[in-house]
Design a protein around this ligand. Sequence first.
Ligand code: ZN
Ligand code: ZN
Ligand code: ZN
Ligand code: ZN
Length: 494
Amino acid sequence: MVVDEIPLERCHAGYVTYLDYASVWLTDSNMDLDVAALNAVLRCGACFSHLIAPTTLPCGHTVCVDHPTTTRCPVLHCNPHNGPTRPRIPSASRVNYLPPPALSNSLPSSVSDAPKVDVTINKIISLLNGLQDNQQPTQSSTTRPRSHSGSPPARPRKRQRVLDPDSDDDENNVDLLSHLRRLSPPRDPTPSFAKELLTELSCEICFMLLYNPVTTPCQHTFCAKCLHRALDHSNLCPLCREALPGFSFFEDHPVNQTVETLIVTAFPEMYTERAETIASEERDARLDTPIFVCMLIFPGHPTVLHFYEPRYRLMLRRCLEQEVPSFGMIMPPRNGEQSSFGTMVEIRSVQMLADGRSMVETWSTFRFRILERGTLDGYTVGRIERIDDMPDSPTLGLTGPSNTELMEMCTEFLQQLRRGTAPWVVQRLQNVHGPPPDDPAAFTYWVALILPLDDYEKAKLLPIRSARLRLRLVAHWIEQLNSNWWFASGCVVV
Ligand SMILES: [Zn+2]
Ligand SMILES: [Zn+2]
Ligand SMILES: [Zn+2]
Ligand SMILES: [Zn+2]
């Protein structure tokens, strides 16, 4: 069912909430929750009896809170498998991904000292207990099969049994209320119960059905991706504000097996639909090129970047799920003017740090122009056009010095720098970027990196599609620098 099919009267001022959608879905799908199956899920992995005061461990197992859990999980053969939170790096990717420094998934001592009760599972146990309480008199008074069609949604939390006035009744003393009750359809609490169950199984961050549910040591459960995004901003639990162990603790965290099984048992179709929606959202997120607004960079050079802003941490995780993880890099806007030209960079290596920041080694590949730009989850995305050099026209070579002469002039300038006040600058450039390239196209970028000019001036190289024109621009800058320095000190250039 799609949201368009929701009757208009169910929409609030045109805005359809997930629960609006879900409640229609629950009613229309004529679903019948298998309460016995749900109860079967709610068993302790250690003592196999019904969970009492459940607590969920970092391995994803839920056990009664009074089992000793400080040293290890009491579930036999506990062998936690990896969680869904680490980026799924495709096998074809050449990225060298280094996870954060090893941290065991054991509970931090402050948490393990006083295990808490899993909030979600505990509420569901109460919900099921309430349902059983409500069903008791119904089952004794009717044998009609369950049917949702036409029956008004019941309210299991209103304990009708408490209000039942016919506890002393006999067949000859039937008051109006009990008479009406007998005429009414059997009290089937399922649609309303399903809605309440869905509410309990919804994530408090995205307000949708939990997907890959991960439980924090404070025993709150969120979608793995939602928790990761919350941790990009803060190390506090989004719900109770308790300090969480940190990003790396949840980097590859197992899901809460009990909650996931409850979801798959109660709402299998909705869970599949949710998985498909998330997958398609992630696909859509990769359609446009992510743009990192950071600095000037030219093709053919390595750069090490520090990712710490929440929006770029998310961007990086999405990039890593591509076969060739890459993003565009442009300079920050100046005087309100956005940069339209930038350079694509390929991610070569990622070192995750324990707090979720990362150091990323990249290699810049080609220049681009942004044709259209937008924003996705806080970062810039764009439709881009690749910029490549055109073959230089023969007329360009006829005027002025030849390419070789221009390159020699640049090299001479670098020699002057080396002999002058900052020889280390040239040395450092050579250490990082290697010797000057022979190819005039690459040479222009190599020289531009070292020139003591404003980066916004250097960025003028990006749109130029002729290596010769770029070379002439670089030579022009050098001429200007030479004459300015001559006038400034008269003797800087020896
Ligand atoms: Zn137990
Ligand atoms: Zn375990
Ligand atoms: Zn969520
Ligand atoms: Zn919490």
